[in-house]
Design a protein around this ligand. Sequence first.
Ligand SMILES: Nc1ncnc2c1ncn2[C@@H]1O[C@H](COP(=O)(O)OP(=O)(O)O)[C@@H](O)[C@H]1O
Ligand SMILES: [Mg+2]
Length: 598
Amino acid sequence: MNDWQVYRRLLGYVTPQWPMFSLSLVGYVIYSLGNVLLADLMQFLLDSLDDSVRVTSGIVSSIAYRFFDNSGLGRVEFARIAVPVAMVTLAATRASGFFMGNYCMSHVARTLIHRLRCQLFDKMLVAPSIYYDAHTQGALISKITFNVEQVTGAVTKALKIVVREGLTVIALASYLLYLNWRLCLVFIAVIPVIAVVVTYVGRHFRRYSRRIQSSMGDVTQVSGESVSGYKEIRLFGGQRQQHERFRDASQYNRVQNLKLAFADGLSTPVIQTLLALALATLVWFALSPDILRGFTAGSLVAFLTAATQLGKPIRQLSEVQSDIQRGLAAAEDIFAQLDLEEESDHGRYEVARAAGAISVRGVSFAYRGNPDRVLHDVSIDIPAGKTVALVGRSGSGKSTLVHLLARFYQPGEGEILLDGVPLADYRLANLRAQLAMVSQHVALFHDTVYNNIAYGALADRGEDAVLAATESAYARHFIEALPRGFQTVLGDDGGGLSGGQRQRIAIARAILKDAPVLILDEATSALDNESEHRIQRALDNVMANRTTIVIAHRLSTVEHADSIVVMDAGRVVACGNHQSLLQEGGLYAQLYHQKFSL
Ligand SMILES: Nc1ncnc2c1ncn2[C@@H]1O[C@H](COP(=O)(O)OP(=O)(O)O)[C@@H](O)[C@H]1O
Ligand SMILES: [Mg+2]
């Protein structure tokens, strides 16, 4: 995307807010005209002292003489009243214009940012798994917090300054042209020079801004890790390492910010010097006898006042450059995120409640960025309502297989069918409504226990159903013992619960979902034997009329499965029931006997 496309796209967010934007423009027009008229007031003042000059030579004086009665008053006497009155009126009007312009522009900018931030967040809710695999959590969070804020700076400041000061420059420059166009050429001559400086510096700004953004991602990442892993850091003496990683990230950020400040700090004095040079040349020309003849004392002062006033907006316009560059760098990144592909959801097939027959046919799969296959030609058939256990060493691809089932990833070869329909043909939400999964890493939310169980689409299941599910998950007892029972608010990611308690809440959530396919991926690994046994018994009821895939380390929990699929290094190496597999004496028997020899 080039700059212009980024600008255009940002402006696209402004278009729906045109009423506010127009109000703001009106405010800024009032402000910039106020600036011009205040310069012009100098002419009124000075010309009143010189009897040889026409009284109505300036803009304000013409208006004053035209609309207000000056009969019986001398020139100076009239000016004595008119100039202070005009001064206050103009200043007050200019101030209201300033307020109106600024506030309305902030309104536009803040609304823009809000929409951008929400869009970015919503994008995360539909981003494919590979998006999460490719970024650190810190980088993703800092996009929403830091990058969006950078755009805010750019949009708020840039819109305000560019529009307000731009209009002021136009108004003052037109006034100067009106007073004496030839003298004005001196000023116009420095503008290309300033433009060159601004463009050159701007390129550097952009580069530093990009680096600052990515370093903020690192800073967020290291701090996040250090918060969630504070116990490991202390137990393994990782303070020094974390300290260094954080210091390096922050140091890099500091250096890049300083480079930006250097370029920024250097450009302002350079531009100021250029402007002073132009002004000096202007005075030199203005005082030449030729040109002086065309001026009254008043109009000369007005001219010089306006010319001096022109310096400030030009300087501000060049200064806002750094904010704009930061904003554009951030906007580029945000738009790139917004343009990323969403989870593919092209299927149109829907089913109210699937029977639950699953058929995995010749599936091979490799994670992106790693050519080695994690699954090789895997075929499994699970009739509706049956329980299948997946066993195998860790890393053999069991979790990967169930993630394919939930369409978190697409198989590279082969296909998976649910009730004879390829998964890709289902509407994604409909497919996932057929699955209840308790995964290896249980995620809990910062909310009450009740809401964690009746989560998302389950929120309307009713209290009785929630209690029943909790009972089946053998969780009711411990939940009721919590300080506020079901209304206890869990900490960050279920903080305050034991591993087994977290798992039981997750199991309750899955039971409450009452989906035709239940997937338990090491769902009871953190439980003691007794709790596991009890859950197993409770689950027997739950599993009775649905397809269940159980992945478990403790082979005793899978002994009673209808069939057992043994996986090794991404391949299915054996299939059968407990007895037959033991007799075969393969990997299953090996894993089974290991358990008892340990
Ligand atoms: N998100 C991922 N990106 C890349 N590789 C992964 C990812 N998740 C798992 N793997 C790799 O895939 C292989 C199988 O992992 P997994 O399916 O989790 O095994 P299991 O559940 O049987 O222990 C492992 O070698 C692991 O390193
Ligand atoms: Mg696993």
